[in-house]
Design a binder for this molecule. Structure first.
Ligand code: 13P
Length: 255
């Protein structure tokens, strides 16, 4: 079964509501007509979700919308947190979960990632779960063991149907924002291992349908090499997603 490629832009802590609306308006004409071939998703900060959603709304079949984090509870006394249903209300389709920056700076753990993944599915959205090794883990040649552990924790408690819709982004921590990347073959080895881990729990059909993205210094110049790999179904893009032309070039490479 052919998987539809996905290119998702993680805007991180960039762009105000107004700037995000303009960026989305600029991306739209560059990616229109591509929806059947490539699923394009933008993930602005919370404060720009509404304005970006309004721009996308005019032409819902051009881009999907994602948030960058979420709380696992439906509602409650959790100052500063955002519940899944609040994101649904803004027409979010996806939520990035377990990004290495959340794990490093905000106390995200395998356990909270798992809770969030279940909550996101329960609310009717799809999580983009980020996994990836640090340089120390890579140098110790424990990448696959480490990443498999992160994946096993994240998928705990999901159903096979959830798993088949899941998106996992393999983002080596040392490749994020550094200009360094693994070889496409090396990234594909980890992507294959991620797929096998999901397959071992939920069976082949889920493993075959789920999408695995590569993330970490993806640029227009190197995107096609990663997309040529059989187990890599697209990209989660940081820096290059902040400009319409470079983001659209990566989307084009995925077609
Ligand atoms: P860069 O593309 O800037 O390396 O960021 C990758 C990333 O963290 C996407 O989530």
């Amino acid at each position: 079964m052919a998987r539809r490629p996905m290119v998702a832009g993680n805007w991180k802590m960039y762009k105000t509501a107004g700037e995000g609306a303009i960026l989305t308006q600029n991306i739209e004409p560059l990616v229109s007509g591509i929806w059947d071939d490539v699923e394009v998703v933008v993930c602005p900060p919370y404060t720009a979700l509404k304005s970006v959603s309004t721009v996308i709304e005019l032409d819902r079949l051009t881009m999907g919308l994602g948030a960058q984090d979420v709380h696992w509870e439906h509602e409650g006394a959790f100052t500063g947190a955002i519940a899944p249903r609040m994101l649904v209300d803004l027409r979010c389709d996806y939520v990035i979960i377990g990004h290495s920056e959340r794990r490093e700076y905000f106390g995200e753990t395998d356990e909270t990632v798992s809770k969030k993944a279940r909550a996101v599915f329960a609310a009717g959205m799809v999580p983009i779960v980020c996994v990836g090794e640090s340089l120390a883990v890579r140098e110790a040649e424990e990448t696959e063991t480490f990443v498999r552990g992160q994946v096993r924790a994240a998928i705990e408690g999901l159903s096979a149907e959830d798993a088949s819709r899941l998106v996992i982004a393999y983002e080596p921590v040392w490749a994020i924002g550094t200009g360094r990347t693994p070889t496409p073959e090396g990234a594909n080895d980890v992507a294959r291992s991620i797929r096998a881990t999901v397959g071992a729990t939920f069976g082949q059909p889920s493993a075959i349908s789920m999408r695995v993205l590569y993330g970490g210094s993806v640029k227009p110049e190197n995107a096609a090499m990663f997309f040529a790999e059989p187990d890599i179904d697209g990209a989660l893009v940081g820096g290059a997603a902040l400009e319409a032309s470079s983001f659209a070039a990566i989307v084009e490479a995925a077609r």
